[in-house]
Design a protein around this ligand. Structure first.
Ligand code: GLV
Ligand code: MG
Length: 342
């Protein structure tokens, strides 16, 4: 997952019939918070330049939450913002409209020639299978070639349909442009006919109750709320790990509930996600905190690395057995800390 960005030309190779896909080399830039803004909203757009440097990714959203009448204004607004803003260390992403919408072709044919040199990643919603990624990959390759771009635009898919979840492995491996995947809990819940009405997060009714105590059969039994998204996040994390790309949690719609938001983000982080979406500036701080390993965890990880010497065998540290496998876990944290500090 390290290495420098390759030229767009490298990405044409796998398009040739029968050519083997090259090994993936994704630019390893941190993206703990992907902050969504609506480029058709002048008040929100005006804040973008001031957010540069405060967040890993700024994403101009063209899809859901942008009214149908504002689709063109959002597209044009994003072009203006991208041209007028110097993004420095902050990446610029966009979420295009769904591939079955009347807007997506104009999204890509407008954005790539106009601001393709500034766009790092295109987020594709409602991806159903590898064929959707192949379509976007081809179109991007053609538009990049026409625009003379020498840096490939990467692709990020949102996992938000039952079919997409069923095809998650093939989606991750569908193109060397694949940068990562996000969970889209709201659309996914609707597609699965779940009975929730929220954007991400939990539900107080999804719980387990403690078994009865035979000694106190009439005692009140505590309940524990369960994570609605555990299964999908775990599947997504495995598929991404298998293909060497990044998994992300998605939106948490209850902006006021910062405590539950932090918990949901942390569960995703602990399961292997590298970042999440931010729908409000206050969620940026939560994401940056949660998706950066804590000082205590880094300190412990470094102690294990040091204690393990050449990395073989086993040692006892603070009464716990450490071996090759715990060393590897610690290296994940140390590498992440180094990447974030770079
Ligand atoms: C995000 O797009 C979602 O549907 O949750
Ligand atoms: Mg969605």
């Amino acid at each position: 997952m390290t290495g420098s960005p390759r030229s767009a030309k490298d990405f044409f190779a796998p398009l040739a019939v029968g050519a083997p896909a090259p090994l993936r080399e994704i630019p390893a830039r941190p993206s703990r918070a992907i902050h969504f803004f609506d480029p058709s909203n002048p008040k929100m757009a005006a804040k973008v330049p001031d957010m540069v440097g405060t967040v890993d990714v700024l994403l101009g959203n063209l899809e859901d939450a942008v009214k149908a009448d504002n689709k063109e204004a959002a597209r044009e607004g994003l072009v203006t913002i991208a041209r007028e803003t110097s993004f420095g260390p902050t990446q610029l992403w966009t979420r295009i409209n769904a591939l079955d919408s009347p807007w997506v072709l104009d999204d890509l044919t407008t954005l790539v020639p106009a601001i393709g040199d500034k766009l790092d990643v295109v987020m594709v919603p409602k991806v159903q299978g590898a064929e959707d990624i192949h379509y976007v990959d081809r179109l991007l390759a053609q538009l990049e070639a026409k625009a003379g771009l020498d840096r490939p635009i990467l692709v990020h898919a949102i996992l938000e349909t039952a079919r997409g979840v069923a095809n998650v492995e093939e989606i991750c491996g569908a193109s060397p442009r694949m940068q990562g995947l996000s969970l889209g809990p709201a659309d996914l819940a609707a597609d699965r006919r779940m009975k929730t009405t929220r954007v991400g997060g939990g539900h107080p009714g999804y719980l387990v109750r403690r078994d009865p105590n035979p000694d106190q059969p009439d005692a009140v039994r505590p309940t524990y709320q369960q994570d609605l998204w555990h299964y999908t996040i775990a599947r997504m994390v495995d598929a991404c790990a298998m293909h060497g790309i990044y998994p992300y949690y998605g939106p948490f719609g209850d902006i006021a509930d910062v405590v539950a938001c932090e918990d949901q983000f942390r569960n995703a982080f602990l399961l292997g996600c590298v970042g999440t979406w931010s729908l409000h500036p206050k969620q940026i701080a939560i994401a940056n905190k949660v998706f950066s390993p804590s000082v205590e965890d880094i300190t412990h990880a470094r102690r294990v690395v040091a204690a393990m010497g050449d990395g073989t065998g086993a040692v006892m540290l603070d009464g716990k057995m450490e071996d090759d496998a715990s060393l590897k876990q610690c290296l994940v944290l140390v590498e992440l800390a180094e990447q974030l500090a770079a």
